[in-house]
Design a binder for this molecule. Structure first.
Ligand code: NI
Length: 138
């Protein structure tokens, strides 16, 4: 573990009260860990502003496999990006609906491009890119 620095923060009482309620509801036992997570989250957000930054994400999509050619299109897009796609899982949710989670690693611009291509396909009911980090810089 790296060296720890303690520092004081000036904050309005009401704002701190709200913060304490929020972090307690989320299960934090102290402010320090909550503040560390907020900082890490901002660092990860900042990383996603840089198109060239190396990052990791998961693309989750829900789709109806009966939609003509959709399954084939989803597969085609994934085959275009074999260097970035490191894992994929398919779950048959019910008679009609499927869920896919695709794990992507690479430049943020490429990850966004893959997510946009998959999510915008006709028949994809919902899709979401979760932008996270390789873990190296946080
Ligand atoms: Ni399925």
């Amino acid at each position: 573990m790296s060296e720890i620095t303690r520092f004081g923060v000036s904050i309005e009482n009401k704002l701190l009260e709200k913060f304490d309620h929020l972090i307690s509801a989320r299960g934090y036992h102290n402010r320090s860990e909550a503040i560390r997570d907020l900082i890490r989250n901002e660092l990860v957000n900042q990383q996603w502003v840089d198109n060239e930054a190396e990052s990791v994400g998961t693309i989750t999509i829900i789709f109806d496999h009966h939609v003509r050619e959709l399954t084939e299109m989803l597969t085609n897009v994934q085959h275009q990006f074999t260097h970035q796609i490191i894992a994929a899982t398919h779950v048959h949710l019910d008679h009609d609906n499927c869920l896919e989670v695709i794990v992507v690693k690479g430049k943020t611009a490429n990850i966004r491009k893959i997510a946009d291509k998959l999510i915008s396909l006709r028949g994809v009911k919902h899709g979401k890119l979760v932008m996270t980090t390789t873990g190296k810089n946080v």
